[in-house]
Design a protein around this ligand. Structure first.
Ligand code: COA
Length: 362
């Protein structure tokens, strides 16, 4: 850290796992921005940020850099770059953040140029960035670099105290009736190897969720990757509550839902994937799984106050389920895409999105 604190030092310094000082600076930066950009989100916690930096969500974390402008004595911004390794090998996800006290001084531009330089160096030709839909300044910023709007995701929160329990019981009964050929199974991580193997196809069903005009190919899941996701969560101190729906007759895993909880943030949990395999759609399994999860969590984590979920804003199937059980819209985030020279269309991108059957995503 010391080297970037004086003029002439490296402007970009990578935040390494275990570097508590840099992780604290990063956390402080997130919190300074949070107050201005997203005041309803919970404060960043250094221990949780440390886990993200070290393990990411699948043991292949993004790379984060602190940026110190020439002449400044402390970092004013950050850059995070994520290069998928299993699929979407053309892609780079970038995150750029400038401390609110230091905006409109060209720092964001330096960070973006560095992101583009790294993309070229890594041979990545498609770049994605996300900003709040209502943040027109951030939009103006990314459009200056040639990014185009490509998709949008909605963040919803469910305040558990506000949920109508009578309505929930009614919906559960209906779903149970439609899904009477299925039984539910509660699973905590680590999930036994043979069960995890069964979840590969169910997990991959998330690829059927809409993704607007983003250029991408289906994410590839196999047993090893599912194990990596579980291990990353475990190492971050997260509990993964998972409920699997099984077809009674065949025993086949038909769908699942996952909620992630961390004791450092005991009142808020995060919805992970909810997905139903294609052959098992149309039996209200999404609704059944999600209400069953609420019932389980009420017993296990009674202090929980809210659960947050993200869906593509066009994923009407999942959003209808979420709204019915009390989730309410918090904010929309836009995804913008930039194609560099040499970018090739994926088969996926040219498909007509309206022909897909949506049942996936949280
Ligand atoms: C978006 C963000 C990174 C811009 O950082 P910055 O250091 O202010 O950016 P720059 O000073 O390099 O701005 C470059 C140009 O972008 C445009 N721009 C940036 N912020 C703008 C704003 N709030 N309103 C209108 N235009 C804006 C302007 O054209 C600006 O040039 P100008 O100041 O000469 O008019 C910063 O506001 C931020 O961190 N926002 C929250 C995080 C986020 O949304 N990041 C999205 C990018 S991945």
């Amino acid at each position: 850290m010391a080297a970037d604190r004086h003029p002439g030092g490296m402007p970009f310094v990578r935040v390494n796992a275990g570097d508590a000082e840099s992780i604290q600076v990063l956390t402080d930066l997130y919190n300074a921005a949070r107050v201005v950009d997203d005041p309803t989100s919970p404060p960043a916690i250094a221990e949780l940020v440390a886990g993200e930096v070290e393990f990411g969500w699948d043991l292949h974390p993004d790379t984060r850099y602190l940026y110190t402008a020439p002449g400044a004595d402390s970092p004013v911004g950050l850059l995070a770059v994520d290069l998928p390794i299993y699929d979407n090998l053309q892609l780079m996800w970038a995150e750029i953040l400038v401390h609110p006290d230091h905006r409109r001084q060209g720092h964001g531009t330096v960070l973006m140029k560095e992101a583009l330089r790294q993309a070229r160096e890594a041979g990545r030709t498609i770049i994605w960035v996300g900003t709040a839909e209502d943040d027109l300044g951030a939009r103006a910023f990314v459009e200056r670099f040639g990014f185009n709007y490509a998709s949008h995701d909605a963040r919803r929160r469910q305040q558990l105290a506000d949920v109508d329990s009578g309505e929930l019981a009614r919906l559960y009964e209906q779903a149970e009736e439609a899904a009477k050929d299925y039984r539910l199974e509660r699973l905590m991580s680590p999930v036994p190897e043979e069960v995890l193997a069964e979840l590969v196809e169910v997990t991959a069903a998330i690829n059927d969720a809409p993704a607007g005009d983003l250029t991408y190919e289906d994410e590839v899941f196999d047993l090893a990757r599912l194990r990596e996701i579980e291990t990353a969560r475990q190492k971050r101190g997260d509990l993964m509550y998972r409920i699997v729906a099984r077809h009674k007759e065949t025993g086949e895993a038909a769908g699942h839902t996952v909620v992630v909880y961390n004791a450092l943030r005991p009142k808020r949990a995060g919805q992970g994937d909810t997905a139903v395999a294609r052959d098992h759609r149309g039996h209200r399994l999404g609704m059944l799984l999600k209400i069953a999860m609420m019932q389980w969590l009420a017993g296990e984590q009674p202090q929980l106050e809210s659960i947050e979920t993200w869906n593509n804003a066009d994923n009407s199937y999942m959003i209808n389920v979420n709204e019915a059980i009390g989730y309410r819209l918090s904010r929309i985030y836009n995804m913008y895409e930039l194609k560099l020279e040499g970018a090739k269309p994926y088969g996926q991108a040219s498909e007509d999105a309206s022909e897909k059957v949506y049942s996936a995503s949280s």
